[in-house]
Design a protein around this ligand. Sequence first.
Ligand SMILES: Cc1cc2nc3c(=O)[nH]c(=O)nc-3n(C[C@H](O)[C@H](O)[C@H](O)COP(=O)(O)OP(=O)(O)OC[C@H]3O[C@@H](n4cnc5c(N)ncnc54)[C@H](O)[C@@H]3O)c2cc1C
Length: 375
Amino acid sequence: MELDRREIRALARQFAEGELLPHVEEWDRDGAIDPGVLDQLGELGFFGMVVPEAQGGMAFDVATYLDVLEELAWGEPAVALTLSIHSAFAVSLIASYGTDEQRARWLPGLAAGERVGCFALSEEGAGSDAGAVAATAVRDGDSWLLAGEKKWVTNGRLPGGRPGLAVVVARTGGEGPGGLSLFLVPTDVDGWDVVSRERTMGMRSVQVVTVRLDGLRVPDDALLGREGDGFRLAMEGLDLGRLGVAAQAVGISRAALDHALSYAAEREQFGRPIREFEAIQFMLAEMATKVAAASALLERAAQERTTSWSAMAKLFSSETAMAVTTDAVQIFGGYGYMRDYPVEKLMRDAKATEIYEGTNEIQRVVIARDLYRRG
Ligand SMILES: Cc1cc2nc3c(=O)[nH]c(=O)nc-3n(C[C@H](O)[C@H](O)[C@H](O)COP(=O)(O)OP(=O)(O)OC[C@H]3O[C@@H](n4cnc5c(N)ncnc54)[C@H](O)[C@@H]3O)c2cc1C
């Protein structure tokens, strides 16, 4: 049965309400989601949202895909983050730039969630300056030898020992962005060594890890796209990735607004619900306005599909999420600061969306560059 966009959003919402929201406090505390959630997401087809139908995927349009991420983020942002990275980097880059053999080999398993995609770009000396990657890939007969250390690989290790597929950025040529290439690296091969896991402020139920690539050997056909095209392809992955971050941020903002609205109706001070105080009303009104604006910008960016629109959506939505979650904590008063209530977690989760997949300073650089280019 073919579902339309509204029905798919409703399905994601139902899943978030029934299967994610009731567990978020526990997952946040334990630093892990229940591995069964990944099976459920696979059954719903959500690992295959941007996989072509020919390879067993759902082939959703971008707007529908973002609706799902937003609804899942409303329930548990870390789950939306997992699917966003999987879809923007592993799936969409293989679908667009993989050879027929690479598509046939990897996409069906990715669509089913048997493998979950991750993206290994950042290093100790290469964050915003992505062109400074130092990890290397050297030809050795009919294979490549990868060496170096990758930082903060989200989903570089998965719950329940599920294998992943990393898109690794490594240097095959000279200095600068033009010397970089992409490699498809299964995370269950020798040489993919997870050396540590970060203790993150928010998004605690995903594993953000440091990986040492130590004499990691992959076959010749692990190269994704052409040699030297890695930076350009990674930036293209980021265009979809940043829309995914914006969707996560809108979901987080909506969740915070929902919690704040309910609490303001329940909590009484001076003999009446706090929502009757003008200060609270104005705060709620501004939160709702920001959420609506972020949502509208995301919808437009999903239609335009340019680097600059993605950057604007990511910038505005993530700053909205930070502002709205901070206000939600304020509306909860002292309870908002306590771990027993849901809004402090949302505030911690929101902060990440201002940083990953390019900090908001870098989004501003990208937007300004596009403005100048267009005159
Ligand atoms: C939770 C989390 C998950 C992540 N997951 C992944 C992942 O899966 N894969 C991956 O590869 N990376 C991942 N990252 C890394 C992330 O993409 C980087 O942290 C980010 O790109 C910034 O790089 P940096 O931390 O080195 O900061 P830096 O680049 O050192 O920046 C430090 C500060 O300087 C500012 N700055 C830097 N350059 C400029 C400039 N030109 N103009 C103005 N300001 C500038 C930055 O905005 C920032 O405020 C993750 C990070 C986090 C927090």
